[in-house]
Design a protein around this ligand. Sequence first.
Ligand code: SF4
Length: 337
Amino acid sequence: MAHSNISIFVPHAGCPYRCSFCDQNTISGENELPHGEDVRRICRQAMAEIKNLKDTEIAFFGGSFTAIDREYMTELLEAAHPFVGEGGFKGIRLSTRPDCIDEEILRLLKSYGVTAIELGAQSLDDKVLAANDRGHSAEDVFNSSRLIREWGFELGLQLMGGLYGSCEKIELDNMSKVLDIRPDTVRIYPVVILKRTRLAGLLGSGKYRPMPFEKVVKLCSKMLCEFEQAGIRVIKCGLHASEFVEQDMVGGYYHPAFRELCESELYRESISNALLAEGIPLYPGGNINVVCAVAKGCVSRAVGHKRSNADYFRQHGVNIKFIADDAVQKYQCVIRR
Ligand code: SF4
Protein backbone atom coordinates (compact mmCIF):
# COMPACT_ATOMS: atom_id res chain seq x y z
CA MET A 1 0.00 0.00 0.00
CA ALA A 2 1.37 3.46 -0.91
CA HIS A 3 2.56 5.69 1.87
CA SER A 4 0.85 9.05 2.28
CA ASN A 5 1.20 12.16 4.41
CA ILE A 6 -1.31 14.56 5.87
CA SER A 7 0.79 17.66 5.36
CA ILE A 8 0.43 20.56 7.77
CA PHE A 9 2.60 23.55 6.89
CA VAL A 10 4.19 25.64 9.61
CA PRO A 11 5.60 28.44 7.45
CA HIS A 12 8.90 29.95 8.56
CA ALA A 13 7.79 29.71 12.17
CA GLY A 14 10.55 30.21 14.70
CA CYS A 15 13.33 30.26 12.19
CA PRO A 16 16.01 32.78 13.21
CA TYR A 17 17.72 32.52 9.81
CA ARG A 18 17.02 33.65 6.30
CA CYS A 19 18.65 31.21 3.94
CA SER A 20 19.61 32.63 0.54
CA PHE A 21 16.85 30.67 -1.22
CA CYS A 22 14.08 30.77 1.34
CA ASP A 23 10.66 32.26 0.92
CA GLN A 24 8.69 29.73 2.91
CA ASN A 25 5.37 31.40 2.24
CA THR A 26 5.75 30.93 -1.49
CA ILE A 27 6.94 27.33 -1.21
CA SER A 28 4.16 26.21 1.10
CA GLY A 29 1.51 28.51 -0.36
CA GLU A 30 0.49 29.27 3.22
CA ASN A 31 0.79 32.42 5.28
CA GLU A 32 -1.26 31.52 8.36
CA LEU A 33 0.21 29.54 11.22
CA PRO A 34 -1.88 26.48 12.09
CA HIS A 35 -2.97 25.99 15.71
CA GLY A 36 -3.96 22.95 17.76
CA GLU A 37 -7.60 23.18 16.73
CA ASP A 38 -6.59 23.28 13.03
CA VAL A 39 -4.46 20.16 13.51
CA ARG A 40 -7.37 18.31 15.18
CA ARG A 41 -9.78 19.36 12.43
CA ILE A 42 -7.39 18.25 9.66
CA CYS A 43 -6.72 14.91 11.39
CA ARG A 44 -10.42 14.20 12.07
CA GLN A 45 -11.24 14.94 8.44
CA ALA A 46 -8.37 12.77 7.17
CA MET A 47 -9.43 9.89 9.44
CA ALA A 48 -12.89 9.98 7.91
CA GLU A 49 -11.54 10.02 4.35
CA ILE A 50 -8.39 7.83 4.38
CA LYS A 51 -8.66 4.05 4.41
CA ASN A 52 -5.05 2.99 4.98
CA LEU A 53 -4.38 4.87 8.22
CA LYS A 54 -1.48 2.56 9.05
CA ASP A 55 0.45 3.85 6.03
CA THR A 56 -0.30 7.49 6.68
CA GLU A 57 1.68 9.98 8.73
CA ILE A 58 0.80 13.41 10.05
CA ALA A 59 3.56 15.59 8.61
CA PHE A 60 4.64 19.00 9.92
CA PHE A 61 6.56 20.56 7.06
CA GLY A 62 7.64 23.96 5.91
CA GLY A 63 9.67 25.42 8.75
CA SER A 64 12.13 24.50 11.44
CA PHE A 65 9.79 22.54 13.64
CA THR A 66 12.11 21.90 16.57
CA ALA A 67 13.15 25.57 16.67
CA ILE A 68 9.68 27.03 17.01
CA ASP A 69 8.47 28.43 20.30
CA ARG A 70 8.28 25.45 22.67
CA GLU A 71 4.76 26.18 23.86
CA TYR A 72 3.48 26.43 20.28
CA MET A 73 5.36 23.28 19.20
CA THR A 74 3.86 21.36 22.13
CA GLU A 75 0.38 22.65 21.24
CA LEU A 76 0.74 21.16 17.73
CA LEU A 77 2.16 17.86 18.98
CA GLU A 78 -0.48 17.51 21.70
CA ALA A 79 -3.17 18.02 19.08
CA ALA A 80 -1.68 15.41 16.71
CA HIS A 81 -0.66 12.77 19.26
CA PRO A 82 -4.14 11.28 20.02
CA PHE A 83 -4.57 10.47 16.31
CA VAL A 84 -1.43 8.29 16.24
CA GLY A 85 -1.07 4.61 17.15
CA GLU A 86 -3.66 1.84 17.62
CA GLY A 87 -6.55 2.51 15.22
CA GLY A 88 -4.96 5.76 14.05
CA PHE A 89 -2.16 7.02 11.85
CA LYS A 90 1.27 5.42 11.61
CA GLY A 91 3.10 8.34 13.22
CA ILE A 92 4.19 11.94 12.97
CA ARG A 93 6.95 13.15 10.67
CA LEU A 94 8.50 16.58 10.71
CA SER A 95 11.24 18.57 9.06
CA THR A 96 13.78 20.72 10.84
CA ARG A 97 17.27 22.19 10.72
CA PRO A 98 20.33 20.05 11.45
CA ASP A 99 21.44 22.37 14.28
CA CYS A 100 18.08 22.20 16.07
CA ILE A 101 18.37 18.63 17.27
CA ASP A 102 19.64 17.43 20.63
CA GLU A 103 18.84 14.63 23.09
CA GLU A 104 16.35 16.71 25.05
CA ILE A 105 14.25 17.54 21.99
CA LEU A 106 14.43 13.97 20.70
CA ARG A 107 13.11 12.68 24.04
CA LEU A 108 10.21 15.13 23.81
CA LEU A 109 9.41 14.18 20.20
CA LYS A 110 9.45 10.49 21.10
CA SER A 111 6.94 11.08 23.87
CA TYR A 112 4.51 12.64 21.38
CA GLY A 113 4.65 9.78 18.88
CA VAL A 114 7.00 11.36 16.32
CA THR A 115 8.41 8.60 14.13
CA ALA A 116 10.38 10.31 11.37
CA ILE A 117 12.61 13.38 11.28
CA GLU A 118 13.80 14.99 8.08
CA LEU A 119 16.80 17.30 8.20
CA GLY A 120 17.09 20.15 5.73
CA ALA A 121 20.75 19.46 5.06
CA GLN A 122 20.71 21.15 1.61
CA SER A 123 24.46 20.68 1.17
CA LEU A 124 27.24 18.88 3.01
CA ASP A 125 29.86 21.38 1.94
CA ASP A 126 30.73 24.04 4.53
CA LYS A 127 31.59 26.70 1.95
CA VAL A 128 28.26 26.26 0.15
CA LEU A 129 26.37 26.27 3.45
CA ALA A 130 28.08 29.53 4.48
CA ALA A 131 27.59 31.14 1.04
CA ASN A 132 23.87 30.48 1.33
CA ASP A 133 23.51 31.77 4.90
CA ARG A 134 22.46 28.42 6.30
CA GLY A 135 23.97 29.09 9.72
CA HIS A 136 24.99 25.47 10.30
CA SER A 137 27.83 23.20 9.26
CA ALA A 138 28.11 19.84 7.55
CA GLU A 139 29.24 18.49 10.94
CA ASP A 140 25.79 19.43 12.33
CA VAL A 141 24.20 17.21 9.69
CA PHE A 142 26.44 14.26 10.57
CA ASN A 143 25.92 14.68 14.33
CA SER A 144 22.14 15.15 14.18
CA SER A 145 21.78 12.22 11.79
CA ARG A 146 23.65 9.99 14.23
CA LEU A 147 21.50 11.16 17.19
CA ILE A 148 18.24 10.70 15.27
CA ARG A 149 19.28 7.17 14.41
CA GLU A 150 20.37 6.37 17.95
CA TRP A 151 16.97 7.45 19.23
CA GLY A 152 15.24 5.11 16.81
CA PHE A 153 13.59 7.64 14.49
CA GLU A 154 13.40 7.24 10.75
CA LEU A 155 15.97 9.61 9.27
CA GLY A 156 15.38 11.72 6.18
CA LEU A 157 17.76 14.16 4.48
CA GLN A 158 16.78 16.94 2.13
CA LEU A 159 19.36 18.09 -0.42
CA MET A 160 19.25 21.23 -2.51
CA GLY A 161 21.26 20.89 -5.71
CA GLY A 162 22.81 23.80 -7.59
CA LEU A 163 23.04 26.33 -4.75
CA TYR A 164 25.17 29.48 -4.97
CA GLY A 165 28.84 28.43 -4.83
CA SER A 166 28.19 24.80 -5.71
CA CYS A 167 29.49 22.91 -8.73
CA GLU A 168 29.35 19.41 -10.19
CA LYS A 169 32.18 18.11 -7.99
CA ILE A 170 30.56 19.41 -4.79
CA GLU A 171 27.22 17.86 -5.76
CA LEU A 172 28.87 14.49 -6.36
CA ASP A 173 30.73 14.78 -3.02
CA ASN A 174 27.39 15.56 -1.34
CA MET A 175 25.98 12.42 -2.88
CA SER A 176 28.85 10.30 -1.52
CA LYS A 177 28.46 11.79 1.95
CA VAL A 178 24.74 11.03 1.96
CA LEU A 179 25.51 7.47 0.88
CA ASP A 180 27.87 7.24 3.88
CA ILE A 181 25.18 8.52 6.28
CA ARG A 182 22.67 6.12 4.68
CA PRO A 183 19.41 7.83 5.69
CA ASP A 184 16.11 6.00 5.24
CA THR A 185 14.79 8.65 2.88
CA VAL A 186 16.07 11.50 0.75
CA ARG A 187 14.38 14.45 -0.91
CA ILE A 188 16.27 15.96 -3.82
CA TYR A 189 15.22 19.55 -4.38
CA PRO A 190 17.23 21.30 -7.09
CA VAL A 191 17.25 24.97 -6.20
CA VAL A 192 14.41 27.18 -7.40
CA ILE A 193 15.20 30.90 -7.26
CA LEU A 194 12.28 32.88 -5.92
CA LYS A 195 11.58 36.61 -5.93
CA ARG A 196 12.33 38.34 -2.62
CA THR A 197 15.27 36.04 -1.83
CA ARG A 198 18.98 36.81 -1.69
CA LEU A 199 19.58 34.35 -4.52
CA ALA A 200 17.32 36.41 -6.77
CA GLY A 201 19.54 39.44 -6.06
CA LEU A 202 22.72 37.46 -6.72
CA LEU A 203 21.24 36.13 -9.93
CA GLY A 204 20.20 39.63 -11.05
CA SER A 205 23.65 41.05 -10.35
CA GLY A 206 25.34 38.24 -12.29
CA LYS A 207 27.28 37.00 -9.23
CA TYR A 208 25.37 33.72 -9.23
CA ARG A 209 25.56 31.76 -12.44
CA PRO A 210 23.60 28.56 -11.96
CA MET A 211 24.74 25.40 -13.72
CA PRO A 212 22.82 24.62 -16.92
CA PHE A 213 19.45 22.93 -16.40
CA GLU A 214 20.51 19.78 -18.31
CA LYS A 215 23.58 19.35 -16.11
CA VAL A 216 21.49 19.51 -12.95
CA VAL A 217 19.03 16.98 -14.40
CA LYS A 218 21.99 14.65 -15.05
CA LEU A 219 23.34 15.15 -11.50
CA CYS A 220 19.94 14.58 -9.92
CA SER A 221 19.41 11.46 -12.06
CA LYS A 222 22.69 10.06 -10.86
CA MET A 223 21.73 10.74 -7.25
CA LEU A 224 18.30 9.20 -7.77
CA CYS A 225 19.83 6.03 -9.19
CA GLU A 226 22.65 5.71 -6.63
CA PHE A 227 20.38 6.36 -3.65
CA GLU A 228 17.76 3.88 -4.82
CA GLN A 229 20.41 1.24 -5.48
CA ALA A 230 21.71 1.78 -1.94
CA GLY A 231 18.21 1.09 -0.59
CA ILE A 232 17.50 4.76 0.26
CA ARG A 233 13.94 5.78 -0.61
CA VAL A 234 13.89 8.95 -2.73
CA ILE A 235 10.55 10.40 -1.70
CA LYS A 236 10.85 13.56 -3.80
CA CYS A 237 12.94 14.62 -6.74
CA GLY A 238 12.09 18.19 -7.71
CA LEU A 239 9.85 20.66 -5.92
CA HIS A 240 6.17 19.71 -6.09
CA ALA A 241 4.21 21.42 -8.85
CA SER A 242 2.86 24.64 -7.42
CA GLU A 243 1.20 27.69 -8.92
CA PHE A 244 2.77 29.85 -6.17
CA VAL A 245 6.27 28.72 -7.16
CA GLU A 246 5.50 29.17 -10.86
CA GLN A 247 4.35 32.76 -10.21
CA ASP A 248 7.31 33.71 -8.04
CA MET A 249 10.28 31.93 -9.58
CA VAL A 250 12.94 33.89 -11.43
CA GLY A 251 15.37 31.06 -12.15
CA GLY A 252 16.70 27.70 -11.04
CA TYR A 253 15.53 24.22 -11.77
CA TYR A 254 11.77 24.02 -11.49
CA HIS A 255 9.86 21.65 -13.75
CA PRO A 256 6.43 20.21 -12.89
CA ALA A 257 7.68 16.75 -13.85
CA PHE A 258 11.28 16.98 -12.68
CA ARG A 259 11.52 13.39 -11.48
CA GLU A 260 10.21 12.14 -14.80
CA LEU A 261 12.95 14.15 -16.57
CA CYS A 262 15.57 12.48 -14.37
CA GLU A 263 14.16 9.02 -14.96
CA SER A 264 14.01 9.66 -18.73
CA GLU A 265 17.67 10.71 -18.57
CA LEU A 266 18.64 7.51 -16.75
CA TYR A 267 16.85 5.43 -19.38
CA ARG A 268 18.42 7.36 -22.25
CA GLU A 269 21.88 6.59 -20.88
CA SER A 270 21.01 3.00 -20.23
CA ILE A 271 19.54 2.45 -23.72
CA SER A 272 22.52 4.18 -25.38
CA ASN A 273 24.93 1.90 -23.50
CA ALA A 274 22.91 -1.22 -24.35
CA LEU A 275 22.79 -0.27 -28.04
CA LEU A 276 26.52 0.37 -28.03
CA ALA A 277 27.16 -3.00 -26.37
CA GLU A 278 25.09 -4.67 -29.12
CA GLY A 279 27.09 -2.85 -31.80
CA ILE A 280 24.01 -0.92 -32.96
CA PRO A 281 25.08 2.48 -34.32
CA LEU A 282 23.20 5.71 -33.70
CA TYR A 283 23.12 7.87 -36.82
CA PRO A 284 20.47 10.04 -38.42
CA GLY A 285 19.09 8.30 -41.50
CA GLY A 286 19.52 4.78 -40.10
CA ASN A 287 16.56 2.44 -39.85
CA ILE A 288 17.03 -0.35 -37.34
CA ASN A 289 14.17 -1.89 -35.37
CA VAL A 290 14.84 -3.22 -31.88
CA VAL A 291 12.88 -4.36 -28.87
CA CYS A 292 13.97 -2.93 -25.54
CA ALA A 293 12.93 -4.77 -22.37
CA VAL A 294 12.72 -2.72 -19.18
CA ALA A 295 11.49 -3.39 -15.64
CA LYS A 296 7.79 -3.86 -15.05
CA GLY A 297 6.10 -0.50 -14.53
CA CYS A 298 8.95 1.39 -16.22
CA VAL A 299 7.89 1.44 -19.88
CA SER A 300 6.67 5.05 -19.82
CA ARG A 301 9.86 6.15 -18.04
CA ALA A 302 11.93 4.44 -20.75
CA VAL A 303 9.85 5.99 -23.54
CA GLY A 304 10.72 9.28 -21.85
CA HIS A 305 8.98 12.47 -20.81
CA LYS A 306 6.69 13.41 -23.73
CA ARG A 307 8.25 10.46 -25.68
CA SER A 308 11.63 12.23 -25.60
CA ASN A 309 13.69 9.00 -25.62
CA ALA A 310 11.63 7.19 -28.24
CA ASP A 311 11.87 10.28 -30.49
CA TYR A 312 15.58 10.79 -29.80
CA PHE A 313 16.52 7.24 -30.81
CA ARG A 314 14.20 7.31 -33.84
CA GLN A 315 15.90 10.52 -35.00
CA HIS A 316 19.20 8.65 -34.62
CA GLY A 317 18.06 5.73 -36.77
CA VAL A 318 16.80 3.26 -34.14
CA ASN A 319 13.10 2.51 -33.78
CA ILE A 320 12.46 1.03 -30.37
CA LYS A 321 9.53 -1.03 -29.20
CA PHE A 322 9.50 -1.04 -25.39
CA ILE A 323 8.26 -4.05 -23.44
CA ALA A 324 8.08 -4.85 -19.73
CA ASP A 325 10.02 -7.78 -18.33
CA ASP A 326 10.08 -8.76 -14.64
CA ALA A 327 13.64 -10.04 -14.98
CA VAL A 328 15.06 -6.62 -15.89
CA GLN A 329 16.22 -4.27 -13.10
CA LYS A 330 14.93 -0.72 -12.72
CA TYR A 331 16.83 1.77 -14.95
CA GLN A 332 18.35 -1.05 -16.98
CA CYS A 333 17.35 -2.31 -20.40
CA VAL A 334 17.97 -5.39 -22.49
CA ILE A 335 18.01 -5.10 -26.27
CA ARG A 336 16.32 -7.80 -28.31
CA ARG A 337 16.31 -7.73 -32.11
S1 SF4 B 1 16.18 27.32 7.90
FE1 SF4 B 1 14.45 26.66 6.66
S2 SF4 B 1 12.78 27.99 7.24
FE2 SF4 B 1 14.64 28.94 8.01
S3 SF4 B 1 15.24 30.40 6.45
FE3 SF4 B 1 16.33 28.51 6.05
S4 SF4 B 1 15.04 27.32 4.64
FE4 SF4 B 1 13.80 28.97 5.52
